[in-house]
Design a protein around this ligand. Structure first.
Ligand code: B12
Ligand code: SF4
Ligand code: SF4
Length: 404
């Protein structure tokens, strides 16, 4: 009965498990947090105990119904990576926010379950501290592959997960086994080497974390590897051979918008707050806000090698957001020649310490000399100061700025 209701509501798979079916997950989650793999996602540490055990979250829960919605793309999402003047938005974010799409459907199904069984229910789709992947594996929907995401023999890796907790007793399904075997395609595909071991992800190195969750400047060591990925990353998912069984998403709200398949960086660099909100209305991209998004676009512009983007990057040196200005400095240092960059540096007065640090780092790199020793107060937030107005050229070496 639940299977039929779930399919009618657009879910590809549904299965049932019990709250005590994931005994290994709590320890592994604790290890993940102890290793600081969660980076700045402090809520993962804050909700650790509730997340680790479904009964801590809701003591009365007796059965957990896990549902999966297929969002497989109709093309190879890696194709856009070959177009450096375009931005790559990960498949899950090329149309409507899946949280909005799935939550309503889960509520519909939950309502029917209540009507039938009389139990109490709660629905979750990444909206509470629930470990959705191990629960889905325990329910038999798929297994957690070496890239840590759930893989199904029927649908490959392109599945969103949601769950319904209920006080009703529903017979559980059998767990799925691991079918990765000796394959390591996903591990080898990762551009930033984010897997310290199979089945373990250091989120701090993952492009999805760096471009979506991370609020500050993107660490220098990952900028080149990010390429033109402006929101999330699909490389490990797309590499999985089980995707040959994937079926294209049937839910219209999850099929890629044409204008989000390969948007030109030149256009994205023009987005102001209002235009950003309009363009990404209903999309998960909207969640990170215009400034963080522009930061990502600028990193991709810097990687594009397309000097035609320099004018737009230059305009963003005067943006109100220091995050945007800092990324614009980096992008320009890669798009214009040394002398032009030095002249620009000379002409700018920058108040934000993080942006000042970007100018200094960009100079060191462009000039191929050892990094300058940061002047007092120039390393980001190092001394608690927030702003310090300086002429940027004053930070750079005489040979670089042309002043002797
Ligand atoms: C935090 C988070 C992230 C973080 C961290 C990801 C991570 N792998 O932990 C970041 C921002 C990096 C991220 C990225 C992505 N995410 Co995310 N994310 C989550 C979230 C909110 C929590 C995941 C979590 O609990 N992580 C903590 C770790 C410890 O748990 P875990 O991943 O299950 O780790 C297990 C393994 O490491 C394993 N393990 C550890 N050691 C060992 C050793 C052995 C031998 C074995 C066998 C196993 C094993 O046990 C751990 C516990 O089960 C979930 C939603 C949710 N509420 O569950 C979505 C979720 C996992 N994300 C999802 C998606 C789609 C993505 C992206 C594809 C988005 C994108 N395109 O950019 C990427 C994929 C990156 C990747 N390879 O994981 C989907 C995945 C769907 C699926 N099919 O699995 C989820 C379930 C959201 C949803 N509702 O659909 N995400
Ligand atoms: S999403 Fe991209 S960066 Fe993150 S682990 Fe997968 S391949 Fe690596
Ligand atoms: S790519 Fe290979 S190792 Fe990675 S999840 Fe798929 S089958 Fe497993």
């Amino acid at each position: 009965m639940i299977g039929r209701e779930a399919r009618l509501a657009g879910f590809a798979a549904v299965a049932v498990t019990t709250p005590d079916a994931i005994p290994l997950a709590p320890g592994r989650l604790r290890q993940f947090v102890a290793d600081a793999f969660h980076g700045s996602m402090g809520w993962m540490a804050d909700t650790l105990e509730r997340r680790a055990a479904p009964r801590t979250l809701w003591p009365e829960v007796r059965s957990i119904i896990v549902l999966a919605m297929n969002y497989a793309p109709d093309d190879d999402p890696r194709a856009v990576l070959e177009q450096p003047d375009r931005g790559a938005i990960s498949v899950y974010a090329r149309n409507r926010d899946y949280h909005d799409v799935i939550k309503g459907r889960l509520k519909e199904i939950a309502g029917r379950i209540v009507a039938r069984t009389g139990g109490d229910v709660k629905v979750f789709v990444d909206t509470a501290p629930v470990m959705e992947k191990p629960l889905a594996e325990a329910a038999g929907i798929g297994w957690q592959g070496k890239h840590t995401n759930l893989v199904s023999r029927e649908f490959g890796s392109w599945l969103f997960l949601g769950s319904i907790f209920t006080t009703a007793d529903i017979p559980p399904d059998a767990a799925e086994e691991d079918h990765c075997g000796s394959c390591r395609a996903c591990l080898d595909a990762c551009p930033t080497d984010a897997f310290p071991a199979p089945y373990r992800l250091d989120a701090r190195r993952c492009i999805s974390y760096l471009t979506i969750e991370n609020k500050g400047p993107i660490p220098h060591e990952f900028r080149a590897a990010i390429g033109n990925r402006i929101y999330g990353c699909d490389d490990c998912l797309a590499a999985c051979p089980w995707n040959k069984f994937a079926q294209e998403a049937s839910e219209a709200k999850l099929i890629a918008r044409d204008d989000l398949r390969a948007p030109p960086l030149a256009e994205l660099l023009m987005l102001d707050e209002k235009a950003f909100r309009t363009f990404f209305s209903g999309s998960p991209v909207k969640r990170i806000g215009r400034d963080r998004f522009l930061r990502n676009v600028l990193i991709s512009a810097g990687n594009s090698g397309d000097a035609a983007l320099a004018g737009r990057c230059r305009a963003l040196l005067d943006d109100a957001s220091p995050l945007v200005r800092g990324a614009a400095v980096w992008a320009l240092s890669r798009l214009i020649d040394r002398d032009e960059f030095a002249a620009l540096a000379d002409s700018k007065a920058e108040r934000d310490l993080n942006v000042q640090a970007e100018w200094i780092a960009a100079h060191s790199q462009a000039a191929s000399v050892p990094p300058l020793i940061a002047l007092p107060g120039t390393s980001p937030r190092e001394n608690g100061e927030k702003e310090d107005s300086r002429n940027i050229g004053a930070h750079l070496s005489p040979s670089f700025t042309g002043r002797r």
